[in-house]
Design a binder for this molecule. Structure first.
Ligand SMILES: CC(C)(COP(=O)(O)OP(=O)(O)OC[C@H]1O[C@@H](n2cnc3c(N)ncnc32)[C@H](O)[C@@H]1OP(=O)(O)O)[C@@H](O)C(=O)NCCC(=O)NCCS
Length: 178
């Protein structure tokens, strides 16, 4: 671990903290889309779209379905991830990881890995021992998840669009914690 990564803390935000963090989270999402990540938005989406998205996430936190993580360094919040606790009666053991985002100026310092490790630890605490996620088949995240012991279930071609409109496949992963 280097000096930079030592200065990083991973926090779980409650609903009020999630609301307060919306401007920083909007900036992280804007930056990821501008950088070309396929994370649910297009290049033409606006700050208002991102703000609406994060306010919905804050509502999910308030409702107990979403656990929202924030990675903070001396610049403030520079990364985030979500753990979605599946509410279906027949899937009480499952959770999904979503929107793992690190601001482009803070990447390659271990923040993405730290967010994933914390999300996994919280899943265990919550009794969720089967985790799933999906990601752009060509993105850096695919390497991260493989490195952290996730299993690739497969890639669905043309699953989503890149921010510029190009088609991209999504790779689906799972990790069993038992
Ligand atoms: C995917 C993403 C979250 C990774 O975040 P990150 O903080 O850069 O992740 P890490 O630092 O843990 O690992 C990234 C790389 O940095 C390397 N790294 C980690 N710490 C390092 C250090 N101290 N010095 C040098 N390299 C380091 C890792 O080995 C890894 O290398 P690799 O990509 O060649 O395999 C980030 O790239 C991102 O936000 N991408 C856009 C959004 C996206 O696609 N999210 C996924 C949606 S499912």
């Amino acid at each position: 671990m280097n000096a930079t990564s030592l200065a990083i803390s991973i926090e779980t935000l409650d609903a009020n903290e999630a609301e307060a963090a919306v401007p920083a989270l909007v900036e992280i999402l804007r930056d990821s889309v501008a950088d070309g990540a396929s994370v649910g938005f297009m290049s033409w989406n606006t700050a208002a779209d991102y703000e609406r998205f994060w306010r919905d996430v804050a509502a999910g936190v308030a409702g107990g379905q979403v656990i929202l993580l924030a990675a903070r360094n001396e610049d403030g919040i520079v990364g985030t991830a979500q753990l979605h606790l599946i509410g279906k009666s027949n899937q009480p053991h499952r959770a999904e990881i979503a929107k793992v985002l690190v601001h482009s100026r803070a990447r390659r310092q271990g923040i993405g890995e730290a967010l994933m490790q914390r999300a996994e630890a919280i899943a265990r605490e919550q009794g969720r021992d089967l985790l799933v996620l999906d990601t752009d088949e060509h993105g850096a995240a695919r390497r991260l998840y493989n490195r952290l012991g996730w299993t690739e279930a497969g890639t669905i071609p043309r699953y989503a669009l890149m921010p510029d409109g190009a088609e991209c496949g999504s790779t689906f992963f799972y990790k069993s914690l038992v």
